[in-house]
Design a binder for this molecule. Sequence first.
Ligand code: IMP
Ligand code: MG
Length: 339
Amino acid sequence: MTTLDIIVDLQYGDSGKGKVAHFLCQKNNLKKKYTHVVRYNGGGNAGHTIFHKGVKFVTHQIPVGVFFGIKSIIGPGCALDPETFFEEIRALEKGGIKTKGKIFVAKNVHVVTNSHKEEDGGDKKIGTTKRGIGPMYRDKYARTGVRAESVPELKPYLIDMYEEFQIKNKKAVVLGEGAQGFGLDIDWGAYPYVTSSHCTSAGALLNGFPPQSVRDVWGVGKAYETYVGLKDFEPKNEPVFEKIRELGQEFGATTGRARQCNWFDMSLLEKAARINGVTKLVINKIDVLNRAGVWKIREGKKVTNFRGPEPMKAYIRKRLAASGLSAKNIFFSESAETV
Ligand code: IMP
Ligand code: MG
């Protein structure tokens, strides 16, 4: 049976999933190396910032496996934009990454068309990334969409998920790379301020993986929260968020928009960890709070102030212990390049 590790964002995206995916592929801290990396949701709306051998890359649709010569598949849960897909391949090649024979597209993934992008470009309601995501998923579910298998340019990249994982490679070890996050999930986010795909660990299974194949679910969060979109998110009159935005470089990797900031929401993280079945957790960007010199956690309207990073970490560990996550499976990161 295939083994599947899932990376899932517990907040609003931009928590550093790309870095964690890169770390897991690179470190091979696992008994067996990954044979495949599969992106399981979202599309060109995502922006994963990755430092590979010290060089910064931003990927949108192509899974991080490509940096290591691991088969990298855009799964059927995604929204594939062929135009930016080819641009991304060119950018990777230009950066010295060998992509030939490593990138694949599920034949049943739906594609984003120009008319989807035009329609989404006019969005003023929720503040989308204008990448055609909503209209594409709408057409998919309305049964009027277009699948990759009917796009001639994509032919060389097509892969059948069933053949690949149930017939050809019964012992595959797969990393499922998610996009966006729990707070943006179509079902669990603050509807309608959400994206249109399934950003939970369940969304990874929809790409053709049986529940029994799951080994670990790597939940990823950040020491404070950020959100991009039209919902009011950042508390007013708190200049500290300006500082955190600058220190944390909280500007969209896809759209360049300034991300709204807020304190770490303990209830959201707890809920997301439970619903996603998180077994390993990474909290990124502790270093940003250290440099800002503030450590706070919110819970509903209540904001708790900590004297330093250690008491904040201890509190998070204690709270998550109640959800069955032991301290040895919780990692706090202070580096943009590693976990
Ligand atoms: P859409 O996914 O472009 O339809 O946008 C819906 C909402 O999700 C908007 O608030 C976007 O800013 C947000 N969003 C989509 N993708 C990402 C992402 O990768 N990171 C953070 N926010 C995102
Ligand atoms: Mg991002």
